[in-house]
Design a protein around this ligand. Sequence first.
Ligand SMILES: [Ca+2]
Ligand SMILES: [Ca+2]
Length: 363
Amino acid sequence: VPAGYVLGFSDEFNSSGVDATVWNFRTDVKGFSAQRPENVAVAGGTMRINLRAELFGGKRFTGGGVISKRLFDHGYFETRARLTAAPGWHTAFWTLRGDGSTTGGNQRVIEVDGFETDSVRRHNFFYGIWQWNTNPVTHADCGSYNATFDPAADFHVYGFEWTDTVTRYFVDGKLVCTHTYPATAHDHAPVNLWLTSIGYVDPGPNAATLPADIQFDYARYYTRDPNVVADSTVTVDNDEPGYATSAGAWPTSTLTGYQGSYTRYSSDPKAWASWTPNLPGAGRYAVEYYNVQGAGANLAANATFTVAHAGGSSSVVRDLRSAAAGWVPLGEFAFVAGTGGSVRLVAADGRFLRADAVRFVRR
Ligand SMILES: [Ca+2]
Ligand SMILES: [Ca+2]
């Protein structure tokens, strides 16, 4: 485990049966196989993926795997696994947002492959990052590592560290590949963890070599900050750190705002307010402004929000007079970690400017 990390999650697979509160099953049909929950078992201290020759889902073979129900942010992921020598199988320890029913779909943003390996060349581990929400889809390759051992003969430890500027890949604790990139190169949306094996290697699995199996001894996730959760929402309320206004009078209003909190207003036509969050990780966030209840007639019809984000600055105009009370969406933007992003509000028509909370919801 790289320095500075603490354990944030683990399943040691030491129970009897797959923990349904922790894992979904891979159930897609892809390549040469259909994936079935029936092929996954936890017993004897490991999670076993059984690989079979059977007719199911229009395929002649079945594989499977588990996908974490929870999302993960940046961190260090590790497993200990014994692979298979049966030909035709593609096994991976990897991340992608999803529930196991498909590897496609619009929910996917980023994929980080902690290892992928094909059983026919199973000593060859390949690594990379896929960015799925761009056109064209991009693939940043860390290259590969050729192990001197046979991964099907015994268990070995496989780990990868993922941050907003680097991925590092480890085998048996040894750093084998380092891939650096600018913090703005990828959208670092949270991901689910996949431990899976499917028939995917030409010319396909061979029934004479089946059944076979893959075993995983554990799945562990380490984080730099145990207080950060992947779904974190950062809210900056008025008078909290990160909130600022123009000089001059900003009286406290009798109108309440976010969670019944107090709010401020200004009638100065040159007034501005700004909110600067301290974001736990780089990635895409939905930005929302809290529109104060009951303030309609005094509010700006063309309130102008300037959102400073990783890709530059965007201007968003909202009619707060006709908007409902509560959270008003300002759009989704990519941010770097820390205090580099902000939202600044001016009221171009000189009406009241009301300042309450702005929140940043991790996508
Ligand atoms: Ca175990
Ligand atoms: Ca408030």
